[in-house]
Design a protein around this ligand. Structure first.
Ligand code: MSP
Length: 678
């Protein structure tokens, strides 16, 4: 039986930097897609690598006093290692300095030349070394490249590529293949650009030598983008290679939005000229900022994937990157958001389901899985039907989301199954069934089996996103490896586990994390308010000094807080005083920004009364309103109502921490809404 192929690539990374979260993100997205398609039965191939030629590299090497090759060797390795760090399973790693690549670049050149698309001319223009690009006078912004980098006037003999010839063919291809460039907003951007008419581009350089020599003209090296883009084919052995035959027609290029024009305009035109088919799709993702700021070397705020993985684990890091922002959009990496996602969605929601299931199975059935109960079994009940339809809905949503690269939607869909599982536990109340003894034993069996079967499905679905943890789960609940496939998770396949297996009695996949975490490559220089006693005017701070001062200040604040809490501890209260506080289990039904205060959210909390309570809470810097819906909280219910910035607040939700690190006190499943907390 022939299987569908799926070939996915990342851009090849420049060896003038070490990997940061942006690189990790592209590689991770490609890895997740590749794993997803494998799970769905495709024959996949996943390529990444490094881009090692060009003036930038030549200059960087010279500055360090090493040869460009030595420089490239040294800086390529961290990108190769990055795959291991984030658990990406690439099929190959291509380097543009490898002979296998250079051979194919020259072949590409010859094909384009034979098509009559290369001619010798003279190039004059404003050249930016760091962008590896020429700019016209009109394109300059205050005498610099649009990126802000310096430019110099360069006149050189150069080979040109007849890009202009491909304006119409490229437009026709984009029109005929609406999915060629995604998201659509990016496709429109490219269409508008091409419609203006393409101009021929210079594709060789004589001003430096660190590149692939132009065939039959030793004075020229190939322009870096002709060189770099060809990696997608050279890694497959060139246009005659076996791998090329097998995979090229299924090529999907994952790239950042910054390099869309090269991929969606130049590359297709080079391929058309060379008489080769175009890739299936070019998928552009957005850019990450860190704590609201652009990542930059000078700020020292680049998130280091190695540190991030050390701090929270590869799978939690993967989860956050894919769950936090829609793939095509820009987004912000904030430590508070990372911690919240891990603690509330992984440790809490997913962890609870797992712990309760394995815990109850151990307690009530010595960790032996009861016999399978499927929709056709007489024991199947209404609660199971509700659970299974939630699972089926999640499965469909997961597929739809993955078809359109909405990783965040895909994970959200899987998590609807997690919460359906938690709800199922609450409604089925296995602890009550256990109390009833023999009489309800088969009901208890059914509930325990259904929960483990749900874990199986979730374990399979999460394999592309959380590969190591999902594998650990599937092994712990004895899911045979041949059914680690997406098609084993349809409603019809409910009942893969037969029963009788002895499962792990406990499993902690995602421990809670506590901030602050050390995630950046170097300590950021943080501007702190300093008092006169801490520094004299005009003194400059190094990063280290500044953070030490900050820590000092924080510890001073902490100790003064401890002192004050110490003094209040001496004035103890009576038990009856405490009993005056009515703290109740509540559930947030609605949440929105407070109309008059950025720091506040306006919550509608259900505490089992006829009307929901409106509560103003100072948690807006730590939580998005949307993520709070359905969360169980502790509410001080008999606090005198008070108008806060124009909104009457009828109680107070309990929380700990400050600012971005504030956390709501969570109430576990079990006690019902409105129950007193003592
Ligand atoms: N060498 C070229 C690509 C040639 S592909 C034939 C290149 N390299 S790069 O190292 O500068 O960047 C590669 C990719 O890293 C970007 O396209 C983007 O995917 C990713 N990112 C770099 N910084 C990023 C962010 N801040 N956020 C998200 N991704 C970003 O361009």
């Amino acid at each position: 039986m022939s299987r569908d192929q799926f070939y996915v690539t990342t851009p090849i990374y420049y060896v003038n930097d070490i990997p940061h979260v942006g690189h990790a993100y592209t590689t991770l997205a490609a890895d997740t897609l590749s794993r997803w398609h494998s799970l769905c039965g495709a024959d996949t191939y996943f390529l990444t690598g490094t881009d090692e030629h060009g003036l930038k590299i030549e200059q960087a090497a010279r500055a360090k006093g090493v040869s460009p090759q030595e420089h490239a060797d040294r800086f390529s390795k961290p990108f190769r290692d990055l795959c291991g760090v984030i658990d990406a399973q690439n099929s190959d790693f291509i380097r543009t300095t490898e002979p296998r690549h250079q051979r194919v670049v020259q072949e590409m050149w010859k094909r384009m030349e034979e098509a009559g698309d290369i001619y010798l001319g003279e190039y004059a223009g404003w050249y930016s070394v760091s962008d590896e690009a020429y700019f016209t006078e009109e394109e300059l912004v205050e005498g610099k490249a649009p990126t802000g980098s310096p430019v110099s006037w360069v006149v050189e003999k150069s080979y040109f590529f007849r890009l202009s010839k491909y304006t119409e063919p490229l437009l026709a291809h984009i029109e005929a293949h609406p999915q060629f460039i995604v998201p659509t907003s990016r496709a429109n951007e490219i269409k508008r650009f091409v419609e203006q008419g393409l101009r021929d581009i210079s594709i060789s350089r004589t001003s430096f030598s660190w590149g692939v020599p132009v065939p039959n003209d030793k004075d020229h090296v190939t322009y870096v983008w002709v060189d770099a883009l060809t990696n997608y084919i050279s890694a497959l052995g060139g246009a005659n290679g076996e791998l090329y035959e097998r995979y090229w027609s299924s090529a999907h290029h994952i790239i950042g939005k910054d390099i869309l024009r090269f991929h969606a305009v130049y590359w297709p035109c080079f391929l058309m000229s060379a008489g080769l088919p175009l890739p299936q799709q070019i998928i552009a993702h957005g850019w990450w900022t860190v704590e609201g700021e652009k990542m930059s070397k000078s700020k020292g705020n680049a998130i280091d994937p190695i540190k991030a993985v050390k701090a929270v684990g590869a799978d939690a890091f993967r989860y956050f990157l894919l769950r936090e922002i829609p793939f095509g959009s820009d987004g912000d990496f904030s430590q508070a958001a990372l911690i919240t996602r891990i603690n509330s969605e992984l440790a809490n929601d997913y962890g609870n389901l797992l712990n309760r299931t394995l815990g109850m199975l151990k307690k009530y059935r010595s960790s032996i899985l009861p016999a399978a109960v499927t929709p056709t079994s007489p024991l199947w009940g209404e609660l199971e039907s509700t659970l299974l339809s939630a699972v089926e809905k999640a499965r469909v949503e997961l597929c739809t989301a993955m078809d359109s690269y909405k990783f965040h939607e895909a994970l959200r869909a899987i998590w609807t199954a997690v919460s359906a599982g938690n709800k199922y536990v609450d409604s089925a109340a296995p602890w009550t069934l256990a109390k009833a003894g023999e009489e309800r034993a088969s009901d208890l069996d059914r509930v325990l089996y259904s929960l483990v079967e749900l874990l199986r499905v979730i374990g399979v679905w999460t394999l592309p996103f959380l590969p190591a943890k999902s594998q650990e789960l599937l092994e712990s609940i004895k899911v045979p490896q041949e059914s680690w496939r997406f098609d084993s998770t349809t409603a019809d396949s409910w009942g893969v586990l037969t029963g009788g297996e002895t499962l792990a009695s406990a499993l902690s996949l995602f421990p809670r994390v506590e901030g602050p975490l050390e995630l950046t490559r170097q300590a950021p220089v943080i501007a702190v308010e300093t008092s006169a006693e801490e520094t004299s005017a005009g003194e400059t701070h190094t990063a280290e000094q500044t953070s030490t001062k900050k820590e000092l200040k924080a510890s001073k604040q902490k100790s003064s807080k401890q002192k004050s809490s110490g003094s209040s501890a001496s004035s103890t209260i009576e038990f009856d005083d405490f009993m005056k506080c009515e703290i109740k289990v509540g559930c947030i039904r609605a949440a929105e920004a407070h109309p008059n205060a950025d720091r506040l959210l306006k919550l509608s909390v259900d505490i089992g009364e006829e009307e929901l309570r409106t509560v103003c809470a100072g948690i807006a810097s730590a939580y998005q309103a949307s993520e709070l819906i359905g969360r169980r909280v502790a509410l001080l219910a008999n606090l005198k109502p008070r108008k806060i910035r124009g909104v009457l607040s009828q109680g107070m939700v309990l929380a700990a921490g400050e600012g971005e690190l504030i956390r709501l006190i969570e109430v576990p499943d079990g006690p019902s809404i409105g129950e007193a907390i003592r």
